[in-house]
Design a protein around this ligand. Structure first.
Ligand code: SAH
Ligand code: SF4
Length: 392
């Protein structure tokens, strides 16, 4: 745990006027949907392609939130847009900066629900961890989010809006048309590792990530986006076909018995079905590996036998194993494995030919580390005793 010098900034907390929400939000629409929206307000058909490109660039390249500033559109088009549409991203409620530089944003979405976003700065890059749902339908026993019921799926606008809000805070929109955003980006990577199971909100996640990758906008390479799934096997092939990003899988257990207790979705799709889907995940280059996330839980899944079983199971899959020391949360039913145990596990995996980095917990002083996210406003799904009953 790092020192307690987190900075907390509170922003206005009065929910937005509902009047604004009656207008259609263009943020989150695909290019095709944007074009249809423009047709719908009377922009002439022959101009649609050009206007779509112009508006797209203002929204996703320059980060504009008002139609007034779109100077290459006529005043009458700008007025029509303002009368019919809004450009809204989730509302920032609080921002906390950890002593290690990690930033955690609490944002409010339509309906008053709250989600968390985490920005992790590194030496020459920065990763944004975004959420796909408020809460989660799954209930992995070691995950804080899993104690919160699913409230709702996020829309594509709310998903890409998290990226846009972080770019606002990092002041990372190009200042003019010629200003490149590719020099050294503060926000260079996105991981879908926040709240929720992204493959249970597939279409919205796909549309939002397509927007993030669009070369005339935020323009992040598909290799800089990693989607983490707990193992929704039937959606894995679609992820490759329709998003094409990198894949991470929350593995965590090397027998169906243990994995079933930790990641209950294993009862629906077991280890062998999951491995089958991962073997079929296409790679466009040798450097594209599947990340296996493995949370280190003391005395539960951290033995040398587990490590040997793991490398046997994943044989033939180009992979990297991320060992995540368990991040504790209030009343969590597990303990973090001892550092020496994690090291020994890591060495076995490494000797078998896989990179096996031990993830350094970031932002612990502000509860921003993996699996600690949970918005306070929602009801608990389970009590600690119930979780303990399930796992024993
Ligand atoms: N629902 C998706 C993505 C979000 S969870 C999934 O399960 O993959 C992101 C990662 O954090 C997952 O690998 C998850 O298993 C891990 N995680 C959850 N709780 C954790 C905790 N308390 N400590 C460490 N890692 C945790
Ligand atoms: Fe949901 Fe992922 Fe947490 Fe499991 S680990 S409860 S799938 S967010």
């Amino acid at each position: 745990m790092s020192g307690d010098i987190a900075i907390v900034e509170d922003f206005h907390t009065v929910p937005r006027s509902p009047k604004l929400e009656l207008k259609l939000n263009l943020i989150g629409q695909t290019r095709a949907e944007l074009a249809i929206s423009l047709v719908g307000v009377g922009i002439p058909e022959r101009q649609i392609k050009m206007r779509t490109t112009q508006i797209w660039s203002w929204i996703y390249y320059r980060g504009l939130r008002s139609f007034d500033g779109m100077t290459n559109l006529s005043k009458s088009i700008r007025d029509t847009l303002s009368e019919n549409f809004v450009l809204e991203v989730p509302e920032l409620v609080t921002k906390q900066i950890s002593s290690d530089g990690t930033r955690k944003y609490l944002v409010r979405i339509t309906g008053g629900h709250e989600v968390e976003i985490v920005y992790i700065p590194e030496k020459d890059r920065g990763t944004l961890c975004i959420s796909s749902q408020v809460g989660c339908t799954l209930s992995c026993s070691f995950c804080h989010t899993g104690t919160q019921k699913l409230v709702r799926n996020l829309t594509s606008g709310e998903i890409i809006g998290q990226v846009m809000l972080a770019k606002d805070d990092l002041n990372e929109w190009p200042k003019n048309e010629t200003d490149s955003q590719n020099s050294q980006r503060l926000l260079s990577n996105i991981v879908l590792m926040g709240m929720g199971e992204p493959l249970y909100n597939f279409e919205s996640v796909r549309d939002a990530m397509k927007i993030a990758m669009d070369p005339e906008g935020i323009s992040l390479s598909r290799r800089r986006i990693t989607l983490s799934t707990s193992g929704v096997v039937p959606m894995i092939a679609r992820t490759a076909e329709e998003i094409g990003c990198l894949l991470a899988v929350s593995f965590h257990g090397t027998t169906d018995e243990i994995r079933g207790k930790l990641v209950p979705i294993n009862k629906k799709w077991n280890i062998s079905e999951l491995i089958g889907a991962l073997k079929a995940y296409p790679r466009l280059s040798n450097s594209e590996r599947i990340t296996f996330e493995y949370v280190m839980l003391r005395g539960v899944n951290d033995s040398d036998e587990d490590a040997h079983r793991l490398v046997k199971l994943i044989k033939g899959i180009p992979a990297k194993i991320n060992l995540i020391p368990f991040n504790e949360w209030p009343n969590a039913p597990y303990k973090r494995s001892e550092p020496s145990r994690i090291k020994s596990f890591s060495e076995i995996v490494y000797k078998a030919g896989y990179a096996s980095p031990i993830r350094k917990p970031r932002g612990e002083d502000i509860m921003a580390a993996c699996g600690q996210l949970k918005s306070e406003s929602k009801k608990e799904r389970k009590s600690k005793s119930l979780i303990q009953e399930e796992i024993s």
